[in-house]
Design a protein around this ligand. Structure first.
Ligand SMILES: *Cc1c(COP(=O)(O)O)cnc(C)c1O
Length: 420
């Protein structure tokens, strides 16, 4: 069980909503920092440990700065994400560049920043070398294929487009060695929103054994192993959060038994979690516009799937608090909808909630990762503002809401009068 609470009092939430028009995303700085510290502490046994926050989860420089202060790096997979990390002031070693189907310009930028470059395919060795020369350190992304069981969101590894096969890894590192590369990393990312803590320990064991074998076969040692992201969060109240201390301790034991005991020197453990770092500490706050009673009872919000796409995209559950009515009987059944002309624009289907009236404030929980970031402009919908609840209780806007001018910014109307 996990309790779905608000980051501030109901009175303060109403004050915030009076000052900034809904919908908006609200992030809880104090909780993000506390969680980041707990996360780091679970791996404090490893000297080089770092979590590279997956920028795609919440690409906001203010949140990235908070995480930088907590010792986190950034995991990037596009040029804009690299540029964002540069603007935040992250040094190269705090950036992991994990892309696929990568354009040359992204390798050029990643190399210029001194980022850790993680190759998705064996053919990218030559591509990278031709594009900008091989860096001092190269990492490969491993796809264990049938050796690792699947996970619901990311699917079976052998059906995933990412990474090297096992055979390609041996061949790839051999070629790097021939080309004079002396420092190596190994990466995998096989799960998404996984709640079983043992899954991450098992993934670590798989990689440690592989590293020991690569060392024995090729005579190379590794600077780091990146175990990827994918630690899930309990979106439903009846689910349980991943015990990060269990994961940290399990990986420590595996590290000693499967790596150090086999004669590999100390290496750095990296993770690139996004969801579990900010997800539970972000809230989408929205106001009820209309109630509609037809074959079902509908609640129409001022937010829509452009502000939080996960329910429409994956049928994902996001817990809802009706502000001021959390302890009222949940004796009504509603579809909670947005205004987009898509019937899957529903935050919840047949959800038991207290009686709702127009003007009620609804809070959608666990929207702090893969929430605002997935926004889009289909149907002329605009992305909302992002607000930060500071540790002292004050609120600052860390991204303004989009305007109609933003929506039209890519169009040039000046040629239209003469256009036939
Ligand atoms: C999306 C992604 C992550 C982050 O995943 P979370 O589920 O947010 O932890 C990490 N690494 C790669 C390569 C990704 O694509």
């Amino acid at each position: 069980m996990n309790e779905k609470t608000l980051p501030c009092s109901e009175a303060q939430l109403r004050e915030i909503a009076a000052q900034w028009p809904t919908p908006f995303h609200l992030y809880d700085e104090k909780a993000i920092r506390a969680n980041a510290r707990r996360f780091r502490a679970a791996f404090a046994w490893n000297k080089g440990f770092r979590n590279f926050f997956a920028v795609k989860a919440t690409p906001n420089p203010y949140l990235m700065r908070i995480l930088q202060e907590e010792g986190f790096g950034a995991d990037c997979s596009s040029l804009p994400e690299l540029l964002l990390s540069e603007k935040v002031g992250l040094p190269g070693e705090a950036i992991m560049f994990t892309s696929n189907d990568t354009p040359a310009e992204e390798f050029v930028k990643a190399k210029a920043l001194g980022a850790n470059i993680n190759l998705d395919d064996i053919s990218h060795i030559d591509f990278l070398e031709k594009t900008c020369g091989l860096p001092e350190l190269v990492c490969f992304r491993y796809n264990p294929g049938p050796l690792k069981g699947g996970n619901a969101i990311i699917g079976k590894p052998e059906e995933a487009k990412y990474g090297f096969t096992r055979e390609q890894l041996f061949e790839g590192y051999r070629r790097l060695k021939e080309k004079g590369v002396r420092r190596f990393g190994l990466h995998t990312m096989v799960a998404s929103n996984e709640l079983n803590p043992q899954y991450f320990v098992d993934t670590a064991i798989l990689l440690f054994d592989l590293i020991a074998e690569l060392k024995d076969t090729l005579g190379i040692t590794f600077d780091f192993v990146n175990l990827g992201g994918g630690i899930g969060i309990p979106y439903r109240p009846e689910q349980t959060a991943v015990d990060v201390e269990f994961v940290g301790e399990g990986i420590r034991k595996a590290y000693e038994e499967h790596l150090l005991a086999k004669g590999h020197p100390e290496l750095s453990i990296y993770l690139e979690c996004g969801r579990c770092i900010t997800g539970p500490y972000g809230y989408l706050v929205s106001t009820v516009r209309h109630l509609k009673h037809t074959y079902r009872d509908y609640v129409g919000m001022d937010a829509c799937m452009a502000n939080l796409m996960r329910p429409a995209l994956y049928g994902a559950y996001h817990h809802i608090t009706v502000v001021g009515k959390a302890s009222a009987p949940h004796d009504h059944v509603y579809d909670v909808t947005g205004s987009l002309c898509e019937n899957n624009d529903k935050f919840a289907i047949a959800r038991e909630l207290p009686e709702i009236v127009p003007g009620d404030l609804l809070v959608f929980h666990d929207a702090g990762a893969h929430g605002h970031a997935m926004g889009f402009n289909y149907n002329g919908k605009l992305r909302s503002a992002e607000l930060l609840l500071r540790e002292d209780g004050s609120v600052v806007q860390i991204r303004r809401a989009e305007t109609i001018e933003d929506y039209f910014a890519t169009l040039d109307f000046s040629a239209l009068p003469d256009f036939r």
